[in-house]
Design a binder for this molecule. Structure first.
Ligand code: 5GP
Length: 192
């Protein structure tokens, strides 16, 4: 998606460890117009999949997931990373390795909010090795829900997580795929 690629080229900063910082428009200050356009684009790709809920992970997936959920007219559920007093004990949990913090944690979703009648679209801001996505797929399967696919803003294609999931049969739509990233250059995958 050209608009997203242009924003990445203009405002993205490459940090040590192959981390792309996009705090200026996606992860800290949020460009609402851009995120709305991302939601609309994901809607085009999954509109015929009878999506009943959008599933994401806190916190940086939430903005895109909300805008996407609004396009589908369905609720958005986000997996929590911390157990709060409001979260019931009746939860689905899955382990996730955090790429940006380099630590393992459990993500949790209350059993009240997804079930076997759901057709889920999983949405996230980044796809790198695929751990976050696999954790959410695990939770969806525990609930007996169907996963229609994953809609991602930025995929770091050179880390391989997206292509492995595609090879396993998952429909993964990424709106910008970076195939090569150095301190001063980015190469995007041509869209099909
Ligand atoms: P994965 O689990 O696929 O390895 O990484 C995806 C998760 O890690 C996303 O939820 C995202 O928040 C975070 N992440 C991975 N790579 C980056 C990156 O380069 N920049 C930022 N801002 N987040 C990233």
């Amino acid at each position: 998606m050209k608009l997203l690629e242009d924003m990445i080229k203009k405002y993205g900063e490459v940090r040590p460890g192959n981390v792309l910082k996009v705090d200026g428009f996606l992860n800290h200050r949020i460009d609402v117009g851009l995120v709305k356009a991302l939601g609309e684009e994901l809607y085009k790709h999954f509109r015929s999949d009878k999506i009943t809920k959008i599933l994401t992970i806190e916190s940086s997936g939430i903005a895109i997931a909300i805008m996407t959920a609004q396009c589908f007219g369905v609720p958005m559920v986000f997996a929590k990373k911390r157990k709060t007093i409001n979260l019931s004990d009746d939860i689905y949990t899955a382990p996730v390795h955090s790429y940006t913090n380099n630590k393992d944690y459990d993500v949790m979703v209350s059993k009240d909010y997804i079930d076997k009648s759901d057709v889920l679209l999983i949405v996230d801001d980044f796809l790198a090795n695929g751990c976050a996505l696999r954790g959410l797929i695990d939770i969806a399967h525990q609930a007996g829900a169907t996963v229609a696919g994953a809609g991602i803003a930025i995929e770091k294609g050179f880390q391989g997580g997206g292509d492995t999931l595609r090879a396993e049969g998952l429909k993964v739509v990424s709106l910008a795929v970076i195939d090569k990233m150095t301190d001063d250059s980015l190469e995007f995958r041509k869209s099909e």
